[in-house]
Design a protein around this ligand. Structure first.
Ligand code: DX5
Ligand code: ZN
Length: 218
């Protein structure tokens, strides 16, 4: 998994116009995005419903972009095969879900997909430590998951630092992603703390000039 930029930008299509998804995706690809962040919500793990495997499958047919799927669902283990066969490149699931963390990581790896763990703001960094050598990425939520357009929680910066320090010892290639309230000012703080993948929904899709929005985050 090689990306051309050290700081990778993953636009969240939660803020895109779902009726024009193909052109929305082309717009962020042309604008220089490194991957595409697909938010999956089940109305149970979070109080909102978004999209599922059939939409991932259609996206896969229409783009060669790296698909970074963020599962905000109660039972991710049960849906790994479905997302993998739909074309996900990376599957991130919450440590707070009902699924066994180790078994779910193994299932993702067996399906030929990159595994990632996600932490809600109230969950300690240490929960991911036992798994760091097996996973490709940790997603540190910088808002409560469920909705776009919320304000960045700056007390998450210390969590990013703690995970980056631990990763230096056990998995130096680990990517650390941040998601929620990312704009140029907060992006800078996250990168200084050790993040290298920035998700941004409302900032990128709300911008007049997509390419300059993406480069201003980077
Ligand atoms: C929130 C989602 C985010 C969301 C971010 O639960 O996980 O990916 O789209 O949106 P912004 O960038 O608007 O905070
Ligand atoms: Zn997300």
């Amino acid at each position: 998994m090689e990306f051309k930029n050290d700081i990778k930008i993953s636009p969240s299509i939660l803020s895109a116009d779902y009726a024009s998804l193909k052109s929305e995706i082309e717009k962020v690809k042309l604008g220089g995005a490194d991957m595409l962040h697909v938010d999956v919500m089940d109305g149970h793990f979070v109080p909102n419903i978004s999209i599922g495997p059939p939409v991932v499958k259609s996206i896969r047919k229409s783009t060669d972009m790296f698909l970074d799927c963020h599962l905000m669902i109660s039972n991710p283990y049960d849906y790994i095969d479905s997302f993998a066969s739909s074309g996900a490149d990376l599957i991130a699931f919450h440590v707070e879900s009902n699924s066994d963390i180790g078994e779910t990581i193994d299932k993702i790896i067996s399906a030929g997909v990159k595994p990632a763990l996600v932490l809600k703001p109230g969950t300690d960094a240490e929960v991911v430590f036992p798994y760091l050598s097996k996973i490709a990425m940790v997603l540190v939520m910088t808002v409560e998951p469920g909705f776009g357009g919320q304000s960045f929680m700056s007390d998450m910066l210390s969590k990013i630092k703690v995970i980056r320090e631990k990763a230096e010892e056990v998995n130096p290639k680990l990517m650390i992603q941040v998601d929620g309230g990312i704009v140029p000012e907060t992006a800078k703080l996250c990168v200084e703390a050790g993040a290298d993948v920035l998700v941004s929904g409302s900032y990128i899709f709300g911008a007049e000039d997509t390419a300059s929005a993406i480069s201003s985050l980077r």
